[in-house]
Design a protein around this ligand. Structure first.
Ligand SMILES: Nc1ncnc2c1ncn2[C@@H]1O[C@H](COP(=O)(O)OP(=O)(O)O)[C@@H](O)[C@H]1O
Ligand SMILES: [Mg+2]
Length: 330
């Protein structure tokens, strides 16, 4: 199968890379499909060209639903989505997009080389260019020695990397990766991180979803936080999470001076050391007390909110527990 090679001029060169307006998805569920469940509720957002955008949210937040809508794999109940200025229903635009599904499934008995060659064919490359590209992609994702092995022998992490290679094989302008780091060990995560940064350097737009704050913080120009199907905030990772502090943590070795016993009562023992958490405003007072008690202060760090804390605070404990919002009977 061949498809037309992409032509850089067939999409507008300015404007956001991805934009959604009131994008909404209701799934029908239950007996007679009588219930509607709103998995995505009125999502309006933009991803600028050249940006690395993290779509951040707990499981069941609506990330995959959004990505499937962007890929035209499912249809919105309301709202619109455009990529590179063109509606996502415009199939011609889709060879400007690279896509890694959440759980990529590839035919077990193909080798990575065969699979990538198939996709390269699909994108219309000739034999010599296919060979060169497949080799380059395998190298990029750290699978250069595994290209001739059947995919059924691959680990989850290796399959994930083949999926990334497949997504970027045709130099797409916009790369959409659904949980690209899931199932990867630290080295694999780093490799995917490096690939995303390289795409950014090459001026590509990357949108990836993750439920892991650290991955988003390290890579993203901006993140959009989604929970319960609703966009809860958009901004630089630091603006969104991470700055909120729950206080200061002091790690110390206890002394035997004045007030030592009182301090230890409030501290948590960690082997030889003790840990105490105080509000930011009480930090200096606590340090004074520890000094007076003859304690040796080992470290003082800000206690950072976890993503879970953040979600709970943001949307309330009740909603965080329910994965999507029920919108009642049809
Ligand atoms: N095909 C489907 N039919 C019914 N409900 C679905 C379907 N796909 C997803 N959902 C529901 O929509 C909500 C959002 O799911 P999803 O977009 O997969 O979340 P995320 O990717 O953020 O974990 C979840 O409650 C999920 O159960
Ligand atoms: Mg998902």
């Amino acid at each position: 199968m061949t498809a037309a090679r992409r032509n850089a001029n067939n999409t507008p060169m300015t404007g956001p890379a991805i934009e959604t307006e009131g994008l909404t998805k209701d799934y029908t569920t239950g007996f007679w499909l009588a219930k509607k469940k709103r998995s995505l509720d009125n999502l309006t957002m933009q991803v600028e060209r050249g940006e690395v955008f993290g779509f951040l949210g707990p499981n069941g937040a609506g990330k995959t639903t959004t990505i499937k809508l962007l890929m035209g794999l499912t249809f919105p109940s309301a709202g619109t989505a455009r990529i590179l200025g063109r509606p996502v229903s415009d199939v011609g635009m889709h060879n400007e997009i690279g896509y890694l599904p959440e759980q990529p499934y590839f035919y077990d008995y193909l080798t990575a080389c065969e699979l990538l060659d198939y996709f390269a064919r699909f994108h219309g490359y000739g034999a010599a260019e296919r060979r060169e590209r497949v080799e380059r992609m395998l190298k990029k994702v750290g699978l250069e020695t595994a290209g001739k092995i059947q995919l059924r022998k691959y680990s989850k992490g290796m399959l994930q990397r083949v999926g990334v290679a497949q997504a970027i094989l045709h130099d797409p302008q916009v790369v959409i990766l659904d949980e690209p780091m899931s199932g990867l060990d630290p080295l694999g995560r780093r490799e995917v991180r490096d690939i995303i940064l390289e795409l950014k350097r090459a001026g590509r737009t990357v949108l990836f979803s993750t439920h892991i704050l650290g991955d988003a913080e390290m890579l993203c120009d901006r993140v959009g936080v989604i929970a319960g199907g609703k966009l809860r905030g958009v901004g630089a990772p630091k603006e969104i999470v991470g700055v909120q502090s729950h206080g200061m943590e002091i790690l110390f070795e206890p002394g035997s001076g004045a007030g030592a016993a009182g301090i230890l009562e409030k501290a948590v023992r960690m082997g030889e050391r003790y840990r105490i958490e105080v509000a930011e405003g009480e930090l200096y007072g606590a340090i004074e007390q520890l000094r007076a008690a003859g304690a040796k202060i080992l470290s003082v760090v800000q206690v950072r909110q976890t993503l879970e804390d953040y979600f709970l605070e943001l949307i309330g404990a009740e909603q965080a527990r329910t994965s999507a919002v029920e919108v009642g009977e049809k």
